[in-house]
Design a protein around this ligand. Sequence first.
Ligand SMILES: Nc1ncnc2c1ncn2[C@@H]1O[C@H](COP(=O)(O)OP(=O)(O)OP(=O)(O)O)[C@@H](O)[C@H]1O
Ligand SMILES: [Mg+2]
Length: 252
Amino acid sequence: MMLEVPGAAMLEAVTLTKRYEDGVLALDHVSFAVKPGQIFAMLGANGAGKTTAINLFLNFIEPTDGEARIDGIVTHKEPLLAKQRVAYVSENVMLYPNFTAVQNLDYFARLGGKTGYTKDDYRSVLLRVGLSEDAHNKRLKGFSKGMRQKCGIAIAILKDAPAILLDEPTSGLDPKAGFEFQQLLDSLRTEGKAILMSTHDIFRAKEVADIIAIMNNGRIVMQEPASRLLGQDLERLYMQYMAGHTAAEAVA
Ligand SMILES: Nc1ncnc2c1ncn2[C@@H]1O[C@H](COP(=O)(O)OP(=O)(O)OP(=O)(O)O)[C@@H](O)[C@H]1O
Ligand SMILES: [Mg+2]
């Protein structure tokens, strides 16, 4: 577990705010930073604003106020430059159902300008994300949610971007796959990736993340290095923050 990582932020939210057209304030002046070699986990209720934050980094939506930066690049000002530096796995990975796993990897790698990958590269990255070999040349349409998620993660790894965004990456994974995914995140951190993820898995967040943020109603109500939460019952803390307690009340 890393304590202090020197250097500049790779992912940065600066008073990031989003009010949707219908008036919903989904994100309310949220600020945080993720450095290379760090994993930042966002916990929070349904509707807390986690996906909104991730979508702002991807420039899928524009901020109402503040900005999201990737490697210092403001995503809504230079979206193409910013996109080159980030890989993304959505909650419901959408790939080509009639392509095999390997064909999907090849297609998306080429789309991202990576033409040098070989069959062996695809095989090893699929094994790295835990997709068994008998599935590599099967069509995606027969895959379970977790198998599709593994393919999405493999595509993100092949992009080899310095920043990785993961929206509920473990939601479709069985316990063994969830454990393996934790080890995969560890190895990506060691490679120096900056990882921003949303999750509902309090237990795994505490195991794998360097910084844990709890979000509620578009705000970060708690942001702490995981090392400072080691002896604490994070589930209990979470429940207290969700009930609207302040930081002082929650740790008392
Ligand atoms: N396209 C949209 N138009 C209007 N409101 C939206 C839109 N997308 C999200 N919202 C609203 O913004 C708020 C935050 O939603 P968001 O999807 O960011 O939450 P979340 O933390 O990812 O939740 P979950 O844990 O369920 O995935 C919610 O109130 C939601 O209804
Ligand atoms: Mg979400």
